[in-house]
Every structure is written in structure tokens, then in C-alpha cells.
Write a protein that binds this ligand. Structure first.
Ligand code: SF4
Ligand code: SF4
Length: 310
């Protein structure tokens, strides 16, 4: 490997860390042949539920060159969202990633700093940036880039700091000094599979998303939640962190340093009564610029009502 290639790769990594990313790794872009059968089986089993958009762009999901033909490398990045303290005034629970402002906007801004640097490195450079926004198999690329392994809970687990991270990718038309995948460290542990209150895992690494509380409370647009989930939501009203909270690797989680991910004082103060009588006006005040907007007031209201009734 040329020393130029090594030097450029090292400087991109340093810049990413300087911009607040926690880990960064590089992979050679190629079709993810090993994922093809697994993805087909998963979709055929209907585990995507009503998220039919996951059935689209099957080939693009597997092959970055169909998203940007000149792609040579994939840059994978991790951004910590683990909070210093959990919201604790209420039994109604919100997934940790949704405590503060919508991560899409926060991370896109950080990536802008990195792409400016990429533009300064070469006379001509083509790239595309993704934050949970296109058919990119982000966990697989992060694993391929040595940032962690995909645990039995299907999430990317970093050996130093666990799994409470957002992932982002940059496809780029330049060769870089590639990192390699690391070993799977789940071993004989099954804590995540055992702890899931809705039995959403069909087996290790196989999530039936349609049974997952995150899907039911966020993605499902139906007016009512199926009664088969009665008493199984463990007070989660938006998302669920159980299969991460129980993972022994998350003992190594450290608090994020992103002020935009801090919950507002108003959100911290919400108690059970406040949630039960949540109005649309209050919802808008609480979740301005938050990922919770995804459910809209109607969705969160439905979730709270479901928890109250069951
Ligand atoms: S997020 Fe919750 S419901 Fe979904 S798989 Fe994990 S433990 Fe189960
Ligand atoms: S809880 Fe155990 S099995 Fe599940 S992802 Fe973590 S280490 Fe792997």
C-alpha cells in the first residue's frame, strides 16, 4: 500500500474523530453477495410487516455501485447517542435515541465538515452521503469496516463502547486503506433473545420486525395495536431499548457529548399524568425537531392509550 494512501486514510479518520464521530472505518465497495440470500429469506417470510419500502431497491441494497456507479470505497461512521441519565420521572418510556433532536439533521451537519475535507484532498472527487436515508446496508458495511460485529440482536456492537450509536456512510470514488471485519464476540450469550418481551427474534440475528415494539410503536400506521400485544410492551411508548440494555457489551457505553441529543427540561419533567393527558399542542412543543415526530401526535397518543388500557 502506498504511503499516500495510508496518509490520506489516516487524515480522513482524524478529521471524522475531530468532528465528533466516535469510530470510522473503510471498506472496498463490492456487492454484498453473502447478504443476498438472507435478505431474500427475510423479506419472503414477511418480517418487514407493513414496511414495504424495504422490498424496493433489492439490488441497490446489496450493491453500492447501483447507488453511485463510480463508488470504490465505503466510509462507515459511528456517532454515540448514549445518554448520561435515562428519563426517569415517568413509567412511560422513550427509546434513548429519541431523547433529543432528530439525529438525521445533527449527523448530516457533521458529515458536511467531513465532505468539505474530502473535497480539499483531491481535485475531483465524487461521493454520496447517507444517514439512514437510502437502501444502504449500514450495519453490514460497519461490520465490514471493522467497527464491530452484528450481534444476535441484529445490531452493530462495538467492542469498546457497545451499540448505542447512529451509523452513517459515505460512498466515494477513491481507493482508501481498508479495514477488515472483526470476530463475533456474542459467544454463548443469549441475553437479548431471552429478554425480548414480544418474542420478536425468530432466532439469533433474525428479527421479525413486525413483532418488535419499535415497529409497533413507530412504523405501524394502523389506528389500533393488535390485542395479541396486550401486556407485552413493558411501558414503551416510542421504540424499545431492551435488547440493547441487556447486552453485556453496553456496560462499556459512555455518555455522548452532543448537546443536541440532550432531552429538554420539559421532557425530563413529564410524569405519568402528563403523558396520559398529552394534547396535540403539548406534543408539538415537546417534540419540535425530534425523531418522535415520525409517529405524529396520533401515533404517540395511540401508543399511550394502548399502554393505559393494557
Ligand atoms: S427492540 Fe425490544 S421488542 Fe424489539 S427486538 Fe429488541 S427487545 Fe424485542
Ligand atoms: S446480548 Fe449477548 S447475544 Fe445479544 S447481542 Fe449482546 S452479546 Fe450478543
Amino acid at each position: 500500500m502506498s504511503s499516500d494512501l495510508q496518509q490520506i486514510s489516516t487524515s480522513i479518520k482524524s478529521k471524522a474523530l475531530e468532528l465528533g464521530f466516535d469510530f470510522v472505518g473503510f471498506s472496498k465497495s463490492e456487492k454484498l453477495y453473502s447478504e443476498e440470500g438472507k435478505l431474500r429469506q427475510w423479506l419472503d417470510a414477511g418480517y418487514q410487516g407493513s414496511m414495504t419500502y424495504l422490498e424496493n431497491h433489492f439490488e441497490k441494497r446489496l450493491d453500492p455501485s447501483l447507488l453511485m456507479p463510480e463508488t470504490r470505497s465505503v466510509i462507515s461512521l459511528m456517532y454515540n447517542y448514549y445518554p448520561e441519565k435515562e428519563l426517569s420521572r415517568s413509567s412511560f418510556k422513550l427509546a434513548k435515541y429519541a431523547y433529543g433532536k432528530d439525529y438525521h439533521n445533527v449527523i448530516k451537519k457533521r458529515l458536511k465538515g467531513l465532505t468539505s475535507m474530502l473535497e480539499s484532498l483531491w481535485d475531483h472527487v465524487s461521493y454520496r452521503v447517507f444517514v439512514d436515508s437510502a437502501p444502504v446496508m449500514e450495519r453490514q458495511w460497519a461490520a465490514q469496516s471493522g467497527l464491530g460485529w452484528i450481534g444476535k440482536n441484529t445490531l452493530l456492537i462495538n467492542k469498546e463502547k457497545g451499540s448505542f450509536f447512529f451509523l452513517a456512510e459515505i460512498l466515494i470514488d477513491k481507493e482508501l486503506a481498508y479495514d477488515g471485519p472483526i470476530k463475533d464476540h456474542c459467544g454463548s450469550c443469549t441475553a437479548c433473545l431471552d429478554a425480548c418481551p414480544t418474542d420478536a427474534f425468530e432466532g439469533p440475528n433474525v428479527l421479525n420486525a413486525s413483532k418488535c415494539i419499535s415497529y409497533q410503536t413507530i412504523e405501524l400506521k394502523d389506528a389500533v395495536i393488535d390485542s395479541s400485544f396486550k401486556g407485552k410492551f413493558d411501558d414503551w411508548m416510542f421504540g424499545c431499548d431492551i435488547c440493547q440494555d441487556v447486552c453485556p457489551w453496553n456496560r462499556f457505553s459512555t455518555p455522548h457529548k452532543e448537546s443536541k441529543f440532550e432531552p429538554s427540561n420539559e421532557l425530563k419533567e413529564m410524569n405519568d399524568q402528563d403523558w396520559k393527558k398529552l394534547s396535540e399542542k403539548k406534543f408539538t412543543e415537546l417534540f419540535q425537531g425530534s425523531a418522535v415526530q415520525r409517529t405524529k401526535y396520533k401515533g404517540l397518543r395511540r401508543n399511550i392509550d394502548f399502554l393505559e388500557e393494557n
